[in-house]
Design a protein around this ligand. Structure first.
Ligand code: PGA
Length: 250
């Protein structure tokens, strides 16, 4: 079944509004006119969302948040709701990135609540899962990924718009990507879990790989049967590098 590739940049806590126009200009120039069916998305800091949405929209590029709160409004100092994201043109959000799980107390429970809320309000959730190095070394990769994925699926009867990102924590920002075989093994596992829950509908769900993906390894990663795109940190900050990766998805 055809799944359009999705190349998603994750800018993390980087860039200011003044850097947006030069970035998009360079990126679009490198990309050229032939984009094929590959979807392009950037997950940017809250302060950039409005301006990035405005600039990206006319080029068919989606802008995502990096996190969101599950409640619609209320006494949650420092948090941002889904309606607030939608107001500034945001159509997607990362949920449960490992840095949120590691440093900001994100749990399977909050990830699930956020995913349910995003789907209900028409914002595409990119749900991030992945094992730490210690977990991989103890042969717990399958158990950890299964637990993280199943927690969300239990609460989601209809997976339309759901995107899953497999990001082994040991590969994030380390320059040490998973091999395409290691990645495919876990992507295949995730596809199996999705199939068990959603039957044929699982074939339409995109599973992205993240963790030191770069122009040199993206072709091999995207050639795997269950790798449907990338969630790209470091390399997405550089227009030429990320444009090369998007082209690999054609
Ligand atoms: P990286 O980050 O590409 O810099 O390893 C990926 C991510 O954290 O989404």
């Amino acid at each position: 079944m055809g799944r359009n590739k999705l190349l998603a940049g994750n800018w993390k806590m980087n860039k200011l509004n003044g850097e947006l126009a030069p970035f998009f200009e360079g990126f679009l120039q490198e990309l050229g006119p032939h984009r094929g069916l590959t979807e392009i998305l950037f997950a940017v800091p809250y302060t950039l969302l409005a301006e990035a949405s405005r600039q990206a929209k006319m080029h068919g590029i989606r802008i995502a948040a990096q996190n969101v709160h599950f409640e619609p409004s209320g006494a949650y100092t420092g948090e941002v709701s889904i309606a607030m994201l939608k107001e500034v043109g945001v159509t997607a959000t990362l949920i449960g990135h490992s840095e949120r799980r590691q440093y900001f107390g994100e749990t399977d429970q909050t990830v699930t609540r956020k995913t349910v809320a995003a789907l209900a309000q028409g914002v595409m959730p990119i749900v991030c899962v992945g094992e730490t190095l210690a977990e991989r070394e103890k042969n717990q990769t399958e158990a950890v990924v299964r637990r993280q994925v199943e927690a969300v699926l239990e609460a989601v009867p209809d997976p339309k718009d759901l995107v899953v990102a497999y990001e082994p924590v040991w590969a994030i920002g380390t320059g040490k990507s998973a091999t395409s075989a290691q990645a495919q093994e876990v992507h295949g596992l995730i596809r199996g879990i999705l199939k068990k829950r959603y039957a044929a509908k699982a074939d339409a769900i995109r599973i992205l790989y993240g963790g030191s993906a770069n122009p040199a390894n993206i072709d091999e990663l995207l050639a795997q049967p269950d790798i449907d795109g990338g969630l790209v940190g470091g390399a997405s900050l550089k227009p030429a590098e990320f444009a090369k990766m998007v082209k690999a998805g054609r």
